[in-house]
Design a protein around this ligand. Structure first.
Ligand code: GDP
Length: 422
């Protein structure tokens, strides 16, 4: 059984053009799944993807793409040890027309990277997605991209997130250098400067002392951060009053994690996915602060036989229950139904009950989508996301479950269509 604590189901939400594609490519590249990368601006990446899509029926626009991230453990900071985290990145469409699709993906993810452009800040689509994330109580971290662009202003975006989105946005970093000269960040948890270098095989960094000219500002923002999360950790609170310098990194991470999952704060980071600065740091933050499937409450549903409310824990030993959130047609395997398994275990080749149609259907294959290949898997368990092949009749929003333990998962909220009056 997979250890669900090391699994993250998250999405990247952004207004169009903020850099979601570039960021996703960086993630897939540095999680070792893509070995060639083109930049979006010259069209190479797009063509590359379209070619791959033609060849293998796979695309970055797949409803969910899976990869692994080697998270440096505490010990690993010295020894280089890492812990593998399994990521399922769920697509949240960036165009306003896809609002309903955003609702669907928001329903099945556990956390979100809200991506903003450092130049354009909070834009209309960021607001729409933000409201949807609020509705589903999705914990999120903010990534302010395009720090290399002229006019980039991290703290102004933090301010906009507070004022326009009503969130307690708390910086975890301060940028070092700006625009062409954007080099790295002051890490307000370590109180060190991090200077990123982009290299062909990945990103490396140097740790430096906090630059003199940023010291006072960094102290101020660190105090703000500690204050924002102190109530989530008693020891941290005590130290906050007695000796803030004695607060350890681990205590800080833990308090930030609790506050983020509790929707009390939105930790804010920055970088440039174009220059590959900060993306890997943001992935570490996904592991540290966003919830795993076991941090989420048991999911509730209705027993269709007697109308009673029942719940299912994220545990492979519970009866199987899953929600189909996107149906796509793949030129090679045909109809693919993307689903999130909330509880239980499902073997490829076995049967599930679709409660809406009342039909028992055989899932001939279960697939996982990686950046450049799709892999059939033998089974899927609670907390994971996969795509089923073999359904004769299926719609998004359908609950799939064990026929002996039927459940209808809470209906997906679909907003009323907006009728514009000319
Ligand atoms: P999406 O619409 O959110 O998926 O945005 P894209 O990833 O397609 O990026 C939109 C444009 O912004 C492309 O021309 C990218 O090359 C560019 N871009 C993305 N990230 C950055 C960045 O960090 N810095 C700069 N200067 N340009 C970026």
């Amino acid at each position: 059984m997979a250890d669900l604590r090391f699994q993250r189901n998250f999405g990247i939400a952004a207004h169009i053009d903020a850099g979601k594609t570039t960021t996703t490519e960086r993630i897939l590249r540095y999680t070792g799944m893509i070995h060639k990368i083109g930049e979006v601006h010259d069209g190479a990446a797009t063509t590359d993807w379209m070619e791959q899509e033609k060849e293998r029926g796979i695309t970055i626009t797949s409803a969910a793409v899976s990869c692994q991230w080697n998270f440096p453990t505490e010990k690993g900071k010295v020894t280089g040890d890492t812990k593998k985290y399994a990521f399922n990145i769920i697509d949240t469409p960036g165009h306003v027309d896809f609002t309903v699709e955003v609702e669907r993906s928001m329903r099945v993810l556990d956390g979100l990277i809200a991506l903003f452009s450092a130049v354009d800040g909070v834009e209309p689509q960021s607001e729409t997605v933000w409201r949807q994330a609020n509705r589903y109580k999705v914990p999120r971290i903010g990534f302010v991209n395009k720090m290399d662009r002229s006019g980039a202003d991290f703290l102004n975006v933090v301010k906009q997130v507070k004022e326009m989105l009503g969130a307690k946005a708390v910086p975890l970093q301060l940028p070092i250098g700006a625009e062409d000269n954007f080099k790295g960040v002051v890490d307000l948890i370590k109180m060190k400067g991090i200077i990123w270098h982009m290299e062909t095989e990945g990103m490396t960094f140097d740790e430096i002392d906090v630059p003199e000219d940023l010291k006072a500002e960094a102290e101020e923002w660190r105090a703000h951060l500690v204050e924002a999360v102190a109530e989530y950790d008693d020891t941290l609170m005590e130290k906050f009053f007695e000796d803030p310098n004695s607060i350890t990194e681990v205590e800080m991470h833990e308090a930030i994690r609790k506050a983020t999952i509790d929707l009390s704060i939105v930790p804010m980071m920055c970088g440039s996915s174009f220059k590959n600065k900060g993306v890997q740091t943001a992935l570490d933050a996904v592991c540290r602060y966003l919830p795993s499937p076991v941090d989420i409450d048991a999911i509730e549903g209705i027993n269709p036989e007697n109308g009673e409310t029942i719940s299912r824990k994220p545990d492979a030993k519970e009866p199987f229950a899953a929600l189909a959130f996107k149906i796509m047609t793949d030129p090679f395997v045909g109809r693919l139904a993307f689903f999130r398994a909330y509880s239980g275990h499902l073997d490829a080749g076995s049967y599930v009950l679709n409660v809406r149609s009342g039909k028992k259907e055989r899932i001939s294959r279960i697939m996982k989508m990686f950046a450049n290949k799709q892999n059939p898997i033998d089974f899927i368990e609670a907390g994971d996301i996969g795509a089923a092949v073999g359904f004769k009749e299926i719609k998004t929003g359908d609950t799939l479950c064990d026929e002996n333990h039927p459940i209808v998962l809470e209906n997906m909220f679909i907003p009323e269509p907006v009728i514009s009056v000319a």
